[in-house]
Design a protein around this ligand. Structure first.
Ligand SMILES: [Mg+2]
Length: 413
């Protein structure tokens, strides 16, 4: 049976939520920016008015202010964005339980089995759009099609507060002329390879020799051709079956009580490596760390730190943890020693959505970090965790490698 899939994408999400919070912003050019106090902060999102005046995502604040001197810049308020993201999903769930989020502001909905109950597909899409607008004051673009990827492309083609329908009879005309990199599976590297094979548009990929692509990419080759033809079998997940992971943490009791900064730092970095690797494996980025210390008299000190730039990188996490550590522990003043440390990454968001904030901060730096992380993960997964180590972690025999992820319960005993 032919499926009916919607892809719903909230328009200018961060900026729109800011305008709902403060309705007077609606008539003012507004941008959500990295750090409004720093002139070097960048634009993460902008409202329609700012956009019409030429403000672009990724612009540095001081440049944007030259273009538009009365631009209002506000810091991102991720907890409120998360709240609205959930409220929107609750509306989607009225129409189907097959709701699969992709980042904070996008969802796929499979409404195939909802047609009997709610009438035709366009009516359902329209009702969803109106519900979101009337109840939350936010607008969405909806793509409607028979495959997930075509629905996603449809929402890109739709204007704000519009529905774009891609059918079996018009997909060739609507989709095939688009550049192949519009498909989310086509990253920079694959794009370069495709260009060499003269695959420039989605249509080129759809009609490419299957055997050649299979020879080059294995089963993925066939999958890519299916996607370009709207034939990939990927289902929209059932919302109730999605795993809700709230935090990822690791802790360890040191083999000997820790009495100096270097040893503490070694344990912190060691734990952060493990937490960051698990975040990457599960497709998350974190925006907050909880840091706890238990001393040798079993007193516990805990602090958290939130940060604007989501991360799943060990160095970043370690830097935040060391900040907390310096603030809450002083070896010269404290009379006790450190027995155990636990680190927990919370405020998790999907790593797929972070490009929105991340690519703007320092693309090169982040790419370098990601490359290093991937290489380390590869070596550790293939040859074992002990096969590659930071210089800092040499001569660290106090570190107990028995780290545990349910350590918190034990920790709080
Ligand atoms: Mg969006």
């Amino acid at each position: 049976m032919q499926r009916t899939i919607l892809h719903c994408d909230l328009n200018n999400f961060y900026a729109s939520v800011e305008c709902v919070k403060n309705p007077h912003y609606k008539d003012t050019p507004l941008a959500v920016t990295g750090n409004p106090k720093k002139r070097t902060g960048v634009i993460l999102a902008k409202n329609t008015l700012a956009k019409s005046l030429g403000i672009k995502t990724g612009d540095v604040i001081w440049k944007a202010k030259q273009v538009c001197p009365n631009l209002i810049c506000v810091s991102p308020d991720f907890p409120t964005y998360a709240k609205y993201s959930n409220l929107v999903k609750q509306i989607y769930l009225r129409y189907t339980d097959h709701v699969e989020p992709f980042g904070i502001d996008e969802c796929w909905l499979d409404i195939t089995n909802s047609l009997k109950l709610f009438g035709n597909a366009f009516n359902i899409a329209n009702r969803i759009k109106e519900d979101v607008k009337n109840e939350l004051g936010l607008t969405i673009s909806i793509g409607m099609s028979f495959s997930k990827m075509f629905a996603k492309l449809g929402s890109k083609l739709a204007g704000n507060n519009e529905i774009n329908i891609i059918t079996k009879s018009d997909y060739k005309e609507k989709i095939w002329h688009l550049p192949v990199e519009k498909l989310i599976f086509v990253g920079k590297r694959r794009l370069q390879q495709f260009k060499k094979m003269n695959i420039n548009t989605i249509g080129d990929l759809a009609n490419f020799d299957k055997e050649i692509l299979i020879e080059k990419y294995g089963v993925n080759g066939e999958y890519l051709i299916k996607i370009a033809n709207g034939m990939e079998p990927d289902k929209v997940a059932n919302f109730n079956n999605l795993k809700t992971v709230k935090s990822i943490g690791n802790g360890t009791t040191s083999i000997v009580d820790i009495d100096n900064y270097k040893q503490a730092k070694q344990v912190i970095v060691y734990l952060c490596e493990s937490v960051a690797k698990r975040l990457r494996e599960q497709g998350f980025m974190s925006m907050c760390v909880h840091f706890s210390i238990k001393d040798n008299l079993f007193n516990t000190i805990s602090h958290s730190k939130s940060f604007d730039t989501p991360t799943n990188n060990a160095d970043d996490l370690a830097k935040h943890c060391l900040d907390i550590f310096s603030y809450c522990w002083n070896f010269t003043k404290n009379t006790t020693l450190i027995r155990a440390i636990r680190i927990s990454a919370t405020s998790l968001i999907s790593d797929k959505q972070t490009f929105q904030t991340n690519f703007l901060i320092n693309n090169n730096e982040i790419e370098k970090k990601n490359k290093k992380d991937k290489t380390l993960d590869f070596i550790k997964n293939k040859y074992g965790d002990s096969k590659i180590k930071r210089a800092l972690l040499l001569n660290a025999s106090h570190i107990n490698c028995e780290i545990s992820d349910d350590f918190f319960e034990k920790f709080e005993e």
